[in-house]
Design a protein around this ligand. Sequence first.
Ligand code: ACM
Length: 525
Amino acid sequence: MAVLTGCQPDASPEAKKAFEGVIPKPVSATLAKGRFEITAKTQVLVPAGSPVVKAVADQFTALINPATGFNLAAAESAADDAANVITFSTDTALGAEAYVLTISSDSVKLSGGGPAGLFYGVQTLRQLLPDKIELTSQQPGPWELAAGTIRDQPTYAWRGSMLDVARHFFGVEVVKRYIDLLALYKFNTLHLHLSDDQGWRIEIKSWPNLALHGGSTQVGGGAGGYYTQEQYKDLVAYAQQRFITIVPEIDMPSHTNAILASYGELNGGITKVPKEGRIELPDGKESGKGRPTQLYTSTEVGFSTLQSSMPATTKFAEEMLAELAALTPGPYIHIGGDEAAVTPHEDYIKLTNQFIEIVRKLGKTSIGWEETAQADIKGEHRVQYWTRAEFAKMGKDKGAKLIMSPSKRVYLDMQYDSNTRIGLNWAAYIEVDDAYNWDPATLEAGITQADIVGVEAPLWSETVENLQDIEYLVFPRITAIAEVAWTPAAARNLDNYKSRLAQQEGRLKYLNVNYYPSPQVPWAK
Ligand code: ACM
């Protein structure tokens, strides 16, 4: 039976609430009267001859088919005037990550500036549907969307999180789960901290001991692990399908004990002995210049270093970074560069210059922690701010764009408060309001939005051992960071965010996310 215009049933209060509850908050969302119901007969239409659009539409149907029990499949068609249709299209007038979603009683029209924009539109559609859409068994409907228009695009191009897989190793399935959760909140970058004093986590065929020996333990002395190149490629592809770029980091010249333990020819002998002591080798001889160090499983920082005086250092950096670049379709390689407390300053500059140049010659853009601003950097290098504004400004003054990771706001390994069962607190306790209530463009004097490519929230893993731990520290704060990076500052409001966050509770539960039930959030009882 045809429903006459003007006599449309209105959307339910739940559907209207969902329309206004999206995280990150869209640039504009205007409710209209009416509702669209996805049914077994809904057609999902894509333009002919556009496999990239079809691929995103296929992701949408794969997302909604299990819980709805429908068997929707995207079909190529030019007909967009039919009723009960969801159409996917691209509109080059929009930015690549922008989308427009128009919902009426007849149709849902999703238009993206590119496939990424369409994918973000799908994540919005997902949040407009009832929470039980996240379940993988068939649920009762109706699958209702409130009518209205959402126009949306990100404020910052870089919306990232970092996972430290070096202090504790996390396998492929855990990283895929993390990618899935990042995608729901429109993140586009996953930085993997692949090496540190305690472990090396990526197979390098020309320097095999890095993974075989350097990857053989972790903080606390557990078994550690590493990604084979095949596993790593699989992760990169999995992330790419979700419009997430993986940025690999090899931290140098400090945070390198796992390297020095794997290859004695890289050990120039400079070290500050950590409190527990680590220079005694099993054979009773000291680990000095030219001899491997012991593996290290505690959590001090800044005691290890590569040295330019060791002839093997350049060969190591060139061969290792070449293999890493070959595994990296994305444009970036992160060279670390933080906390080089025992590296002589001149050598720090020399080595950092060298690593940046190697990355450049490999056709990639280098990124370094804020300390790398001291090197002879130029505009193409990116500086990742984490604690010292003077380094961020130095980077900006040398023409480098900044990635904002202020440790007091976005370090996801910081405890929520003194009772949090894991995590550290050297930067701050970070509750939900602290993670939300800041603006990258006004955080530090002299740094403006034009200097910033975006925001990244690192999860360091000294105290983080498994997926449950990861989720407890990451959720719900990551949703605050998502909004800081996506939504214009003028459109953000803490109380409004907290009420929308409370609305995410059912979805997080159905997704089995082990979130911290912050007392600041008005969760449903
Ligand atoms: C850092 O937190 N050492 C970058």
